[in-house]
Design a protein around this ligand. Structure first.
Ligand SMILES: *Cc1c(COP(=O)(O)O)cnc(C)c1O
Length: 235
């Protein structure tokens, strides 16, 4: 019971922030999908959020996610994988998630695509290319120059659908600087669509402290952890 009230309050607060940001940006209400970034949170707590209408969960660690999926059997959840991907885990990830946001190198895109045989009738796996626009060598992600070979490497695989980009920018000092990097991602998506004749429609960008900037620049999915669920329990 306690959890239910807590979840209702938290959800209402975050949804209010999203609605305001949508309105400020002149965007259609409910055009941004809220994904609960639920790493380290207990299945018990997540159930309370799902009972209050949260329909999307993003997990970073495969085994933890599979355990939670089992505990949340019976709840209608869209599962998103948002963590670092080891290439020997691509089969399990492809078969257990609706979306994979963190495709951060060509090899992973290709391996996810190859998991399905052409005769299998399954819902398509939605993937997003995690783009590195900060050009830091230490950061995970596909650089702007590597988008083309990555898309080409998964052409012809019918069970995988590249829906757009995901971004985790380095922290910025001001809202203006935050907006700049998100705007760059959006125009890169538009340019890529034009060049390849695609209709990619998704931008996964925006977390607790920059969701307003992300929504102003066209984000379609935001990933909120702490501001939604509270601090993560120490592991
Ligand atoms: C943890 C995480 C988030 C959410 O971060 P918070 O600061 O807790 O809101 C978003 N995206 C990714 C990829 C994450 O790993």
């Amino acid at each position: 019971m306690q959890n239910l009230q807590y979840a209702a309050d938290r959800l209402q607060q975050v949804r209010h922030r999203i609605a305001q940001a949508e309105q400020c940006a002149g965007r259609t209400p409910d055009s941004v999908r809220l994904i609960g970034a639920s790493k380290k949170q207990t299945a018990e707590l997540l159930k309370a959020f799902c009972q209050n209408g949260l329909s999307d969960l993003g997990e970073n660690y495969l085994q933890e996610a599979l355990d939670k999926k089992e505990e949340l059997t019976g709840f209608s959840v869209n599962w998103h994988f948002i963590g670092a991907i080891q290439s020997n885990k691509t089969a399990l990830i492809a078969r257990n998630f609706d979306w994979v946001h963190s495709v951060d190198r060509q090899k992973i895109a290709r391996r996810l695509a190859e998991q399905f045989t052409s005769t299998e009738v399954l819902p398509k796996l939605n993937i997003l290319l995690q783009i590195n626009l900060d050009n830091e060598d230490t950061k995970a992600g596909i650089t702007a120059q590597s988008i083309r070979p990555t898309l080409e490497s998964i052409q012809g695989f019918s069970n995988i659908d590249c829906r757009g980009f995901m971004l985790i920018p380095a922290p910025r000092d001001s809202a203006l600087e935050q907006r700049k990097i998100f705007a760059t991602a959006r125009s890169l998506l538009e340019d890529t669509n034009q060049e390849f004749g695609l209709q990619m429609d998704s931008l996964s960008m925006g977390m607790s402290n920059d969701l307003e900037a992300a929504i102003a620049e066209g984000s379609t999915m935001i990933r909120i952890g702490t501001d939604l669920f509270g601090a993560r329990p120490a592991s």
